[in-house]
Design a protein around this ligand. Sequence first.
Ligand code: ATP
Ligand code: MG
Length: 508
Amino acid sequence: MSFQEISPSDFFYRNRDLAGFSNPSRALYSALRELVENSLDACDSYGILPDIYVKITQADNSANDIREYELSVQDNGIGMPDDKIPMALGKVFYGTKFGLKQARGTFGMGATMSVLYAQITTNKPVSIDSSQDGVNYSHYELFIDIERNKPIIINHSITEASGWRGTRVRMNLVGDYMRSAAKVKEYIKRVAIVTPYANILFVDPAGEVYMYRRTTTVIPPAPVEVKPHPKGVDLEMVRRMVRVWKKGNMINFLTKNFHRVGKKTALSFLQYAGIDPNTDPRSLTHEDLVKLESALRNYDKFLPPDASCLSPIGRELLMEGIRKELNPEFNEALTRTPLSYEGYPFIVEVAVSYENRDGGMRLFRYANRIPLLYDEGNDVAYRVLNEEIDWKRYHLTPDDPITVITHICSTKVPYKTMGKEYVADRPEVEREIRNALRIVLRFLSIFINRRSRMEVVKKKQNMYRKYLPLIAKFSSDLAEKGMPDVNRLISMGEEEVEVQERVDGQQA
Ligand SMILES: Nc1ncnc2c1ncn2[C@@H]1O[C@H](COP(=O)(O)OP(=O)(O)OP(=O)(O)O)[C@@H](O)[C@H]1O
Ligand SMILES: [Mg+2]
């Protein structure tokens, strides 16, 4: 028997499926979305209106569907410091998004995973240009040393940026655009729906251009980083806090390290936990730490986490995105008040849109503003929609042209895989989605009701308009009298429509 150790890069190299790189079509889609999500994070988390340019070009002359492509994603975001670029793109589990604040990225491996996949399929380095100040930009070409989980720099230069600020990542990878085209285009469109403040330009391998223009300059307020909530800690976290603790008693320790714990709360918690407030945290034994951690999780008088670390899209922007991309006859959106699970705050947003199109109900799922396109059947939102909503109650059927949008934002979205494709059914999240959906569906059903009533009235009116003159002519001929004025009767029908509209307007 021989023991071996593998690096995180090696682990993901061997288990590519975990991160969504299971085959050439899925891998092209995943690489593109990882880069786009990084670009958007680099813009809107810092209040920058995103301009994102995505391009896929064929990089060989092969006639196969599975071939080499160059993928390039450019943004106008905050850029990266010169010395951090190699690690950011060339080391798994290295990033700036591990803090408690909502971002699309969470794991510190999305871009690196794409680089890793590109490298093993084409043996070409990734190319990165990035500028933070618009004065200079750094250019890097990198490989990843998979066994050591660190970047190998092939080329590095610093050049004048002449005003350009942002990041551009280019990589060559084996993909299957034929098979991923539908998903890639759908992904970009769905990004555009929840990011109406972004310009997104996508050029596909055939040179076809897809342009999504911003229709608003309003960006959701950027989230702020918070300390961990006492209900969200585990033993390892407490141990680390103690290890780096410099000076102070238990009261200082609790108020300094935890979110929403003031002196009063700290004192009553310590009494509950049976720990002397004057204890030096560094003197706690292993058993004390176990006791402390369990008390932190079980004490039920902590204030709930506040939601400043979250950044929901908000009703107005959600409505705007739907109007802009789905051209609905009716739409409504709702942002619920923040709640929490296990010390992590979360907010659910939902929207419905009724469109003039063929085809039935669609579900667009999002988590931290990322569209989730795969594994729909496993997602909590799918279950709620299909198992817990009584469509008849809302005068709807699954064949109606409705789009339902669900968005979960949290510092800890309960993804089931690193590929970020579906969200686990946590009862708290499930309940929120269900309640929110019921509210927006009620609005939709009022619209549907009104619409069908209006249709009846309009049909009646059309009939008057068509037959009344004929009947009038027939009767007057029969009676050998002059034609009466039928226009008066027709306009009475129009009045009926107006009154109906007014009544409905008031009811709504
Ligand atoms: N376009 C970009 N602009 C600025 N910084 C970037 C950009 N792309 C990547 N980075 C930096 O590189 C880090 C690593 O990116 P990577 O995608 O590997 O991980 P992540 O986004 O933190 O998490 P996730 O694995 O969930 O995507 C990011 O945390 C960010 O600091
Ligand atoms: Mg990322």
